[in-house]
Design a protein around this ligand. Structure first.
Ligand SMILES: CC(=O)SCCNC(=O)CCNC(=O)[C@H](O)C(C)(C)COP(=O)(O)OP(=O)(O)OC[C@H]1O[C@@H](n2cnc3c(N)ncnc32)[C@H](O)[C@@H]1OP(=O)(O)O
Ligand SMILES: N[C@@H](CCO)C(=O)O
Length: 311
């Protein structure tokens, strides 16, 4: 949340220079507050786990957030019952005439397929298109970040020789960008994927900025300059034991999988891995919710028609 201070206090200029969000009294008097409407398009087979992880992060905010869970109607889920989906989820068809302050699109275990072979691809394209006019800011996670960068900007995804699997150190390219406010210069994020997007495919695209990268895991955070689309290639939302669960699953299947890097103490899978990314996960979601959603979205959400004349 911004701090509200007298219009002429000298600290205002100093803090503005440091990129601390300061709101002067005159603007604060005009600001109205209402609950935010956030949709989560959950593409993960482990729906309950992912819901819990994302809601934990979204709940760490003084803002009231109304959540709508969405699943793709053109995919018959193998791991989630129809009853569960009917009870807790809606389809895009049911919400497409509404507007949302924010949309989160999760990862999906389909990264080795061609995008066009994913059976809900056409539906996802419709959702990507709709998000441009009906959502203030959209956060794409892991596979969804690759799919979104491909659809919106033609950025390809590439197979990697060895799964990018572990907890990696990241650096910041753009320290003054609001999404990274409060971040340390070095911070950690889990990654778990067999494909990547590459810096050289992104840096020539005018609308996009690479905000954070990792020497070992590559591009991590990409955003459009207007903040309407955020692409996150890692899994900051993962629980402390998510990578262990994936590692044990693959070992039990007899797959040739390396131990997740920089995760277990002394790389010993019998030891309990400590979480080293929670604080930054919280900051990432809080910053997105505050600066890209709450501060940007109109009080009357239906007003977006006037703000985005392309509708
Ligand atoms: C790169 C990222 O974004 S990371 C995010 C992905 N990671 C995860 O989901 C981790 C957890 N998932 C898993 O461990 C596994 O997928 C499991 C254990 C839940 C399921 O494994 P299996 O049943 O052996 O895999 P299977 O190949 O049958 O399909 C699993 C999922 O793949 C997806 N899928 C498979 N084929 C397709 C297809 N043609 N089109 C779209 N989705 C597909 C679906 O999501 C499916 O699960 P769902 O129907 O319940 O949504
Ligand atoms: N996070 C994923 C990567 C594969 O999509 C997993 O290991 O399940």
């Amino acid at each position: 949340m911004p701090i509200k201070i007298p219009d002429l206090l000298p600290a205002k200029e100093i803090l503005n220079g440091e990129n601390i969000f300061v709101m002067d009294e005159s603007l604060a008097y005009q600001q109205d507050i209402r609950p935010l409407k956030i949709a989560i398009l959950n593409l993960m087979p482990t729906k309950e786990t992912t819901e819990t992880q994302l809601l934990r992060l979204l709940g760490n905010s003084p803002l009231q957030v109304d959540i709508v869970l969405l699943h793709p109607s053109t995919h018959v889920s193998k791991n989630t019952s129809e009853e569960y989906l009917r009870t807790f989820y809606k389809t895009f068809e049911e919400v497409k005439n509404s507007r949302f302050d924010g949309l989160i699109i999760t990862g999906a275990p389909v990264e080795k397929m061609e995008f066009e072979d994913v059976n809900y691809w056409d539906e996802l394209l419709e959702i990507f298109d709709w998000s441009k006019t009906h959502v203030t800011s959209t956060l794409h996670i892991c596979w969804a970040s690759q799919a979104g960068l491909y659809y919106h900007f033609g950025v390809p995804k590439w197979d990697v020789d060895e799964k990018i699997f572990g907890v990696f150190e990241h650096t910041i390219n753009q320290p003054k960008v609001k999404l990274l406010r409060g971040f340390d210069e070095l911070f950690h994020v889990p990654h778990s994927r067999h494909t990547e997007v590459r810096r050289e495919d992104i840096e020539g695209i005018d609308e996009l900025e690479i905000l954070s990268e990792s020497e070992e895991a590559g591009v991590y955070l990409v955003a459009t300059k207007d903040g309407k689309q955020i692409f996150v290639t890692g899994h900051s939302e993962y629980d402390p034991l998510s990578l262990k669960w994936e590692y044990d699953r693959d070992i039990n299947k007899g797959l040739d999988i390396e131990i997740p890097r920089h995760y277990y103490p002394n790389d010993d899978p019998n030891k309990v891995p400590p979480a080293r990314w929670r604080a930054h996960a919280s900051l990432l979601f809080a910053n997105w919710l505050n600066y890209y959603v709450y501060q940007e979205t109109p009080y009357d959400i239906e007003e977006t028609k006037e703000i985005w004349p392309q509708i």
